[in-house]
Design a protein around this ligand. Structure first.
Ligand SMILES: C[S@@+](CC[C@H](N)C(=O)[O-])C[C@H]1O[C@@H](n2cnc3c(N)ncnc32)[C@H](O)[C@@H]1O
Length: 288
């Protein structure tokens, strides 16, 4: 690949998906895109770039998808899910007692392990949520991962990563070498294709937003813009969960870390996020 081809691909990926590749990631581009070039009957990356410059839209989308990292597993990092079951959901159940509905957005949901982990947490709340309307919206840039997520079919390797055996037995059915997630859990999750670089205000307001292990691939400006727009669709007493290697600190003042709940954030009332009314930050009241 020539330096010009690399620059072309770098710029395109930044514009299309937010992926911020440093100058020395040619090896990554080669390893991810060579299989795609071969599949398309092309000699290599220069020919692939040439086709894309010629306006091959489907091929370009495939290139963007092939460059995304889809690594995920059930109950990843464990702690956010413990918080969800032990404090976040019990508090929301009290706060939403009149409305009896909870909306959760799982942004960058990959192959489904994250939104389905959330769905199992809701199910495990048992009678406390019986008769409630619970909505989990799972979105991702990649159509391929969303298709796999919708199918709810996981390999032995995938179910061995993070999923407690009791939940495997309770919510999955073995089908040959694969495990099918039961229909009632699958039905709790709606899937939509969505690029975080684009407007997502049409999704409506959410009580909980999981946006984990995707912002690490973006530059500071892109992260700040996403935090700002996420803060506008999170309810004032809602919760944002980020990945273990992610934080708002030094990037955005739209959110404040929850003092004793690692990985969880609340909108920053000092900022009056999204023009929303300023609510007192319930850090001490909600901290247990
Ligand atoms: C590493 S996975 C994280 C999955 C899950 N959130 C977790 O923490 O296990 C990152 C996901 O972000 C998606 N992604 C990358 N760029 C995106 C964008 N601009 N908009 C939406 N999703 C994006 C990828 O397709 C991929 O599925």
């Amino acid at each position: 690949m020539t330096p010009q081809d690399y620059e072309y691909l770098r710029k395109l990926l930044k514009e299309r998906s937010g992926l911020d590749l440093s100058a020395d990631k040619q090896y990554l581009v080669e390893s991810r895109l060579m299989p795609l070039a071969r599949k398309a009957g092309l000699g290599g990356i220069p020919e692939l770039a040439q086709k894309m410059k010629g306006g091959a839209a489907t091929l370009t989308s495939e290139v963007v998808e092939a460059m995304t990292t889809n690594e995920t597993f059930f109950f990843r990092d464990k702690i956010p899910f413990d918080h969800l079951k032990q404090t976040v959901l019990p508090e929301l159940i009290q706060a939403r007692a009149a409305r009896r509905s909870i909306r959760i957005w799982c942004a960058a949901s990959s192959t489904g392990q994250e939104p389905y982990s959330i769905a199992m947490c809701l199910k495990e709340m048992g009678a406390a949520l019986s008769g409630w309307r619970t909505e989990i919206v799972a979105t991702d840039l990649s159509v391929g991962v969303l298709e796999k997520s919708k199918a709810g079919m996981f390999s032995q390797f995938e179910v061995q990563r993070g999923l407690p055996i009791q939940l495997l037995v309770k919510y999955f059915t073995q089908q040959g070498e694969l495990w099918q997630l039961n229909a009632d859990i699958r039905a709790m999750v709606q899937h939509k294709q969505l690029n975080l670089l684009q407007d997502f205000s049409h999704l409506g307001k959410f009580d909980i937003i999981f946006c984990r292990n995707v912002l690490i691939y973006f530059d500071q400006g892109t992260k700040a813009s996403i935090f700002d727009r996420v803060s506008r669709i999170l309810e004032p007493d809602g919760v944002l969960a980020l990945g273990a290697a992610e934080s708002v600190v030094g990037i955005s003042d739209a959110f404040k870390p929850s003092p004793d709940r690692r990985g969880l954030y609340r909108t920053n009332p000092a900022r009056g996020a999204g023009g929303a009314p300023v609510f007192p930050f319930k850090a001490t009241a909600s901290a247990r």
